[in-house]
Write a protein that binds this ligand. Structure first.
Ligand SMILES: Cc1ncc(COP(=O)(O)O)c(C=O)c1O
Length: 315
């Protein structure tokens, strides 16, 4: 087996902090057998000056977790506040003093020998865990990434809703990502059934044309990204210009002045080519750079405007 790329630490599992070796989900569970889970990928940023770790947009993540559970007809094993406290407890238990990425997962447990039709709430147990670890600043944030347009299409709201952050949805992303990397790209843009841009395998796609920031609408077969919403607001505030949420054609990407992707994992990452076509002058653009700066200042607790969006981990 390959060495793990990221360093994992102790795990929060169903109410207790346990060493990673003891954090096991049985093979009898629906999460192990059918990918039946929903989750959130969340960042916490270390502020060296304030000597504190800040979880970025924690309330928004837990709100979306509840929305995912609602759509997937799942019963929550914990309350909103208990999930929130669990995230803080997990960070504290690992005594992080660096940037961190973690996943809060709610899963379907053991349902016996029943088939896929089963498991209405009350017929199966649910569990939850938090795992993750340090995630240092990536080089691609500075230099940008090379994308392609995938030959795979995005799952849709009437098949398996991308609005739900379900583990199973990432099999669609995985196919696109493997195809992209096999062909020498960093990642892929996935089109929806209508041929317009949906999103990337794990992030939102944004383009800049003549000073306008444009991205696909939340009804365009995408995850309702928390970073997307934040970046649109950041653009509006900083550029005094309303961003556009409308369908984006594939060819608009090629002729855009700037393209970037954003998300909890990708943060704000420039895309410098798509299908080997250079975007703009082939370098990260000025609006992308400016939004990157605003994003990191906000998430790291350096901007008073965004303090309400942060959950401090240490007292
Ligand atoms: C498919 C997809 N789209 C968009 C995003 C960005 O969402 P968020 O900003 O809420 O992390 C993610 C990452 O979580 C994702 O997996």
């Amino acid at each position: 087996m390959q060495a793990r790329k990221y360093e994992y630490r102790d795990v929060w599992m169903n109410g207790a902090i346990v060493p990673q070796e003891q954090a096991n989900v049985p093979i009898f569970t629906q999460t192990a057998q059918r990918g039946a889970n929903v989750y959130e990928g969340i960042r916490a940023y270390w502020n060296a000056e304030k000597q504190n770790l800040y979880i970025w947009k924690l309330d928004a993540h837990i709100k979306r977790l509840f929305q995912s559970m609602k759509i997937m007809r799942m019963t929550t094993p914990y309350t909103f506040d208990e999930y929130k406290q669990a995230c803080i407890d997990w960070c504290r238990a690992n005594a992080f003093r660096e940037d961190v990425h973690f996943r809060l997962v709610v899963y379907l447990g053991d349902g016996g020998p029943n088939g896929v039709k089963m498991f209405k709430p009350g017929e199966i147990e649910f569990g939850a865990f938090i795992t993750g670890g340090p995630r240092p600043h990536k080089e691609a944030l500075e230099n940008g990434k090379h994308f392609c347009v995938s030959s795979w299409r995005r799952i849709s709201d009437d098949v398996m809703p991308p609005r739900v952050k379900a583990g199973a949805n990432y099999q669609n992303s995985r196919l696109a990502s493997i195809e992209a990397r096999t062909n020498g790209y960093d990642d892929a843009i996935i089109l929806g059934r209508d041929g317009t841009v949906a999103e990337a395998t794990g992030s939102t796609i944004m383009i800049v044309r003549d000073g306008d920031l444009i991205t696909s609408p939340v009804t365009g077969g995408i995850l309702e990204s928390i970073t997307r919403k934040a970046v649109l607001k950041m653009f509006e505030r900083s550029h005094n210009r309303e961003p556009q949420e409308r369908p984006v054609d594939r060819t608009e990407i090629y002729i855009a002045d700037e393209v970037f992707c954003c998300g909890s994992a990708e943060e704000v990452t420039p895309i410098i080519s798509v299908d080997r076509i250079e975007i703009g002058d082939g370098k990260p653009g000025p609006i992308t750079r400016r939004l990157q700066g605003i994003y990191f200042e906000a998430a790291r607790g350096m901007s008073p405007d965004y303090v309400p969006e942060l959950t401090p981990v240490y007292a």
